[in-house]
Design a protein around this ligand. Structure first.
Ligand code: DAH
Length: 348
């Protein structure tokens, strides 16, 4: 090739290069164009190698022409790169924009299980009446669960509380407590009157699961021991907590009953909250729903814990928390409370 031919070809390459560089629409495309125009395999590089074949007098001119073409192409690529990077930055600013004026998405908060809430509401009502809260062990000794509560061995009332025994100690010495009443004994053993205490907790019986029975359930126990505590104090206390929880139209009713650890004993019921006492399916037409048992602390229980029954009297009561929740919310089967389905719990 002659120097003139090389100069012409170089000019042609610059001309074509201008079109290609302008056509590159992204930084990636521009990189490819740059490789084609200026890379090892580019026509411009071939031209540079052709300089060797130019007769010596024309080599300088040919070399200058190729160098100038390369410089021009490089400058065009650089200028285009500036434009495209600015565009890319602007596009990413739009794409990644955070609108600080929109509201947050918010978290869905959970809430307490209805039985836990009832447990705490009951505690609150009694704390408001001057009571304290105590808890006792779920694995109990026969002494606390039965014997100190005036259920001597072989007492027929034991048979009403189908007991789960634990393989510990002597046979039938250690058990899962069948009620919260043993906490009464523990409290009276550890402190002297006056005592005003509520004792919520988990309880266990060898019951087969059905709509209203579960082998694991919850009770709350109450105990008041002081000088001159009378049956009227018990009746008034129960009526007061029922009013506090359910309002002034829901009353308490007492029917004589029997428990070994109270004398006299009663079962207590409250006005059915669904029919307000008129009778409906929930209360089997009676207008009342059974809550639990209560009575005046039996002198034998005081003697068992070393409190003088001549000096002190007291009352006690106990009832099921799950039962109450089931009733209030119309939970048809007790297993719904415990099988952990969040769709159930979310309804409350
Ligand atoms: N512990 C009894 C039960 O589970 C309920 C009960 C009755 C508790 C009378 C008491 C009471 O404190 O005085 O069946």
């Amino acid at each position: 090739m002659t120097a003139t031919e090389i100069a012409k070809s170089a000019a042609a390459l610059v001309h074509r290069g201008t079109t290609d560089v302008d056509a590159a629409a992204s930084l990636d495309e521009l990189d490819a164009v740059e490789r084609d125009l200026l890379g090892k395999a580019s026509p411009l590089n071939k031209l540079r190698e052709a300089i060797k074949s130019v007769e010596p007098a024309g080599r300088a001119e040919a070399g200058k022409a190729v160098g100038a073409a390369r410089a021009q192409l490089e400058a065009m690529v650089a200028a285009r790169r500036d434009v495209l990077s600015a565009d890319a930055r602007a596009a990413s600013l739009v794409r990644d924009r955070v609108d600080l004026t929109t509201g947050g998405r918010g978290y869905r908060r959970g809430h307490l299980h209805p039985v836990t809430r009832m447990w705490r509401d009951l505690e609150d009502v009694f704390v408001g009446m001057g009571y304290k809260v105590a808890e006792g062990p779920e694995v109990e000794l026969d002494w606390y669960n039965f014997e100190a509560l005036n259920f001597p061995p072989g007492h027929p009332a034991r048979a009403m509380q189908d007991t789960l025994y634990v393989k510990l100690g002597r046979p039938e010495e250690v058990l899962l407590r069948t009620h919260t009443s043993p906490v009464q004994v523990r409290v009276m053993e550890s402190q002297r009157p006056p005592i005003y205490m509520v004792m919520p907790g988990r309880t266990f019986r060898r019951d087969t699961l059905d709509a209203r029975h579960s082998p694991v359930f919850h009770q709350i126990e109450g105990l008041a021991v002081d000088r001159d505590i009378k049956l009227g104090d018990l009746l008034g206390t129960i009526e007061m907590f029922i009013h506090a929880l359910f309002g002034p139209d829901i009353n308490a009713r007492f029917l004589p009953s029997y428990f070994p650890f109270t004398e006299p004993s009663a079962e207590f019921a409250m006005t059915c909250v669904f029919c307000e006492g008129n009778g409906c399916t929930v209360c089997s037409g009676t207008g009342w729903v059974e809550l639990g048992g209560c009575g005046m602390v039996d002198p034998n229980v005081f003697t068992a814990v070393g409190i003088d029954p001549e000096e002190y009297t007291g009352f006690a009561f106990g009832f099921g928390i799950d039962r109450l929740v089931q009733l209030l919310y119309g939970v048809d089967h007790v297993k719904n409370l415990w099988d952990g389905d969040v769709r159930f719990a979310a309804q409350f």
